[in-house]
Write a protein that binds this ligand. Structure first.
Ligand code: FES
Length: 79
């Protein structure tokens, strides 16, 4: 399902980016371009982010990457 129509970003692409380390809204914006144009997707993107981080923490006792280092985005769509 598309979350960001302007950039053609699906919920699956968001989840993949989050599992690769994009754990903040700004990471998703930088990686995938979500919220850059009309911004109507922001609430849904945030919802997917929160849900996925929660799932991630339950699966692996996840510590957000932002707490570990100030690394660059690790998502596969980064040029
Ligand atoms: S729907 Fe995401 S920026 Fe327009």
């Amino acid at each position: 399902m598309y979350v960001c129509i302007c950039k053609g970003v699906t919920e699956r692409a968001l989840r993949e980016a989050i599992y690769q380390g994009a754990d903040r809204m700004r990471d998703l914006k930088a990686c995938l371009g979500v919220t850059e144009q009309c911004g109507l997707c922001a609430c849904h993107v945030k919802q997917v982010l929160d849900q996925t981080l929660e799932q991630k923490s339950q699966i692996q006792g996840f510590v957000p990457q932002s707490f570990v280092s100030q690394s660059t985005c690790m998502c596969p769509n980064t040029a």
